[in-house]
Design a protein around this ligand. Sequence first.
Ligand SMILES: O=C(O)CCC(=O)C(=O)O
Ligand SMILES: [Fe+2]
Length: 365
Amino acid sequence: MLYINSHSIETKLHHCLLFFGKHRLALSTDNFRKPMAPTLAEHFQDSSALREFVINQGNGVKGLSELGLTALPKQYIQPLEERTCMTNIVLQESIPIIDMSNWEDPQVAKSICDAASKWAEVKNKYSKEHSSSNNVRFGTSFTPQAEKALEWKDYLSLFYVSEEEASALWPSICREQVLDYMKKSEVVIKQLLQVLMKGLNVDEIDETKESLLMGSMRTNLNYYPKCPNPELTVGVGRHSDVSTLTILLQDEIGGLFVRENEGDNWIHVPPVKGSLVINVGDALQILSNGRYRSVEHRVVANGSNNRISVPIFVNPRPADMIGPLPELIASGEKPIYKQVLYSDYVKHFFRKAHDGKKTVGFAEL
Ligand SMILES: O=C(O)CCC(=O)C(=O)O
Ligand SMILES: [Fe+2]
């Protein structure tokens, strides 16, 4: 986990998502029948009514939040151990901030590799049912069909295949901005991956490695509306990303926490103006044979503010086999992971509710 400064990729996307949000608001008020309003709490006691409104009608938690509920519907109440316990929050722990303008400085490369290893040791048209493609998806929570308690988050997920497909399928309201953000981030992603590979004594990123490290990309637009009883639920439950790297743009609200040293303490990752947060994901942990560690993280719900975040998940291609890089094994390292088909790994992740860092067990030998 580290931050990098990036002045070129700015707040345009935030405006775009807010606008997308407004667009959805129109939808949500249309879809919800006003006569129900006086008995909202009662109405949503019924899980199928809640799921119908939030998931099937595509109103999301944004729709719920905007109905002005005074209490959190029970379906969102997380077990005690999944709520954020403030006694386990470590303040002022330093997450490295790396200035990308001094790229030539060997110290910069060193801080990136250290950060990746040591520190981490430490809406309706696009819904699942209605979207014309799996590559564009509006959703809510994480895997509502597999979760005992729902998560307080809506998202639009855009898997990049080609410019043509994006033109044809992505919502026009944010298409250009997301493409632009992805393109600008690519430069930074390549630099980071080059340095991380050098840190493993892998000097060249050939075509095969480029595919494994950054063969596909997914951009999510996450929206966490203001929540009644935020202390009873989560924005996103504990998990690590299945990416190689995640490049995260967040607004000024905050609420992202990372687990320290895979121990019991959690560290807040406050927004730093002009910076992106970089997470190591499971795919890089597997490719590096555990030398770089994916970071477990979660997002709290917020009682006073709406929050937006925009992660780009940099991934292998779905058809790639991932396992420890041959260079590492040739140098005498014992592999701790087997070769797995990346799309199987991702399917495994999405089949279950968030469960911390358990997904990586799927690839363990
Ligand atoms: O909103 C955030 O800060 C993080 C979101 C996240 O962890 C994810 O989408 O995988
Ligand atoms: Fe994540």
